[in-house]
Every structure is written in structure tokens, then in C-alpha cells.
Design a protein around this ligand. Structure first.
Ligand code: PHE
Length: 341
């Protein structure tokens, strides 16, 4: 028999064998019978050696094609059986692979932090650099350098968590003001975000932990009107609209004059709601002209330079923006609340 006929004969025989194979195991056996060391294709290789040398490339190609074809068909058959087996198992186990998957819960940024980031972006856009100070700080930076004398009654304004007689959890981000003055020469134009702590009764409007962004601008000839326009620009940008503001004179030892800043409650448009405690206004910041004593603490010549400072409460801004009437929501990790943002 010539080798062409032998090739076709093996091909036909293989096709019949493949059709009757009914399991992965039988396919494996076919593989050995046709492609194995003593298999049908090896016999053909034997015959190849007996061919005349000019016919060998042609015959070799025929045999190789058959080999590739058999391999491909065997692979396909194995896959078919495996798929069937899996299908059978899924059916037996009652698994429906066409059901939509279950969504995994993905974490996200806390609303307080995203509002803080957004506010920082705006302030950086307005020319401020960002500086960070410590949450645990000395009495000196939190109070004394800010013109709170040791027995100053204003210390009672801020119920302080003491770590030791001289170390406190900062009650405000103002603790970073003098640190920045010590590290840089004017002009200084920085914002200082951070967490603050006060030993107060927790209520709908105040918490023992909250966040502030401190602002500080020191240069020659800085005035109160610089402070007012900057605050106005920031709040307009932050709320995305003109917002009515109210400035009330107030006392902080580290500014003179000092004030508190209220913004019109945009939840009720001044009509009175839970967010503004029915007053139509929400206090969002303390601010003022930096006290000469504070400049002195920071090693800055108060004759030559003036400055302004402010501190915003981030939770307050967030409450106003989203109409949240209870500050405690930001701290109880209730997904139903947090997922809204
Ligand atoms: N540190 C003040 C507070 O927490 C706010 C403030 C900052 C006031 C800067 C004036 C100037 O209440």
C-alpha cells in the first residue's frame, strides 16, 4: 500500500474511533493509539524512512498534517466532554450560572473627607499652600503661643482633652499657626486642615471630634477687607452660588478684631429648619486679624506685617451643603447614611 492510502486509511479510522469515543478517558486512549510511541503515526514515520529521498518532504508534510489534525480533534473532543461534565455537575448541584452576580460592597471616601478635599482644592486654587500640624500638641502651640495666658478664662471656652498637664488633643487647627510662622517667612499664605477634639457634650450640633480648615495670610498691609472678600469668594465657590453671610463681632485671644461668620441656611432659605435650629443662619467659622502677640510668638515683626486667620468647621459646611440636621450622623458609620453621598 502506498503511503498516501495509508494516511487516508488512518484518518478514516481515527474519525470513526473519535465518533464512538464517549468519555475523556477514551479520548486519552485514542491519543495513545494514534500519537503514542507505538501508535499509528509512528508506523507511518517508519514508512517515511523507506521512501525515496525526493518524495520524503512531500510525504513528511502529509504525515505532519494528519498529526496536527488528530491533535486538534482530540483537544476539541476533550473540551467538549469536560464542558458536558461541568454542565452535568452544575445541574446536579443546582447552580444556575446565568444568574447575575452579587455586587460586592466597594468602600468609598467618607463624605467629610471628600468635602474637606474639595474645600482644599478651592483654596489651593485661590493661592493657598497646604500645611499639616499635629493632632496631639503641646499646651504651648494650642494655647499659650496664641495669646491664651495660663489662667486665661478663654481656655474654658474650649473644653480640652488633656494628655498630661502640658500636652493636649488640639482643640482647633489654630495650633498650627505659630508652627508655620516659625518655619516660614512672610508672605505666608497657607491653609491647615485637621481633626480637632473637644470635651463637650455630644449633641445634634457639636461633637467631641470634628474637622477644621485653618487659613492664615500674613504679609505687609493685609487688612480686614482682604479677609472678608476671601471668605466671601470661598463660600460662593463652595456652595456654587451667591450666599448671604453675616459677620458678628466675637472674641478669640489670637485675633483682634475677631468675629464669627454665619451663612444663610440654604436648606430652608432662612425660613427655619433643623439644620439651622430654626434661626435661618448657621455659624461656620471664626476669623479675625492676627493678634500682634501671636505674630510675636511666631517671630514675625508686628510693626511690619499684619495678617488674617480663620477656622472653618468642615462638618458644618457639609451639613449645610447636604441638609444634614444632626452632626452625629458623620460618626456612627451607618451605611444607609453614608451611601447617599
Ligand atoms: N480656632 C477658632 C475655633 O476653633 C476659630 C478661629 C480661627 C477664630 C482663626 C479666629 C481665627 O473656634
Amino acid at each position: 500500500m502506498d503511503i498516501e492510502s495509508a494516511v487516508s486509511k488512518i484518518r478514516r479510522a481515527f474519525e470513526i474511533d473519535l465518533q464512538t469515543a464517549s468519555s475523556v478517558k477514551e479520548i486519552e486512549e485514542l491519543k495513545i493509539r494514534y500519537l503514542g510511541r507505538k501508535g499509528a503515526l509512528q508506523d507511518l514515520m517508519q514508512k517515511l524512512r523507506e521512501e525515496a529521498s525526493e518524495r520524503r518532504p512531500y510525504v513528511g508534510k502529509l504525515i505532519n498534517e494528519l498529526k496536527l489534525e488528530i491533535e486538534a480533534l482530540l483537544d476539541g473532543a476533550v473540551r467538549k466532554f469536560e464542558d458536558r461534565e461541568l454542565e452535568g455537575r452544575l445541574l446536579r448541584e443546582g447552580v444556575d450560572v446565568t444568574l447575575p452576580g452579587r455586587r460586592r460592597f466597594l468602600g468609598r471616601r467618607h463624605v467629610t473627607l471628600s468635602v474637606l478635599d474639595e474645600a482644599l482644592d478651592l483654596l489651593v486654587g485661590m493661592g493657598f499652600a497646604v500645611q499639616y500640624g499635629p493632632d496631639i500638641d503641646s499646651d504651648y502651640y494650642n494655647f499659650e503661643a496664641l495669646n491664651f495666658a495660663k489662667d486665661h478664662p478663654a481656655r474654658d471656652m474650649q473644653d480640652t482633652f488633656y494628655i498630661s498637664a502640658d500636652v493636649v488633643l488640639r482643640t482647633h487647627t489654630s495650633n498650627t499657626q505659630v508652627r508655620v510662622m516659625e518655619a516660614y517667612k512672610p508672605p505666608i499664605r497657607v491653609v491647615m486642615p485637621g481633626t480637632c477634639y473637644r470635651n463637650e457634650d455630644v449633641s445634634a450640633r457639636s461633637h467631641v471630634v470634628f474637622h477644621q480648615i485653618e487659613g492664615l495670610y500674613i504679609d505687609r498691609g493685609v487688612t480686614f477687607s482682604d479677609l472678608l472678600v476671601t471668605l466671601e469668594e470661598f463660600f460662593t465657590k463652595f456652595f456654587g452660588r451667591d450666599i448671604e453671610m453675616r459677620f458678628r463681632p466675637s472674641y478669640f485671644p489670637f485675633v483682634e478684631p475677631g468675629m464669627e461668620v454665619d451663612v444663610r441656611c440654604i436648606v430652608c432659605e432662612g425660613g427655619g429648619c433643623g439644620v439651622c435650629k430654626r434661626t435661618g443662619w448657621l455659624e461656620v467659622a471664626g476669623a479675625g486679624i492676627v493678634h500682634p502677640e501671636v505674630l510675636k510668638s511666631g517671630g514675625i515683626d508686628a510693626e511690619e506685617y499684619t495678617g488674617y486667620a480663620w477656622g472653618f468647621g468642615i462638618e458644618r459646611l457639609t451639613m449645610l451643603r447636604y441638609g444634614v440636621s444632626d452632626i452625629r450622623n458623620f460618626f456612627i458609620d451607618d451605611f444607609r447614611f453614608l451611601q447617599q453621598f
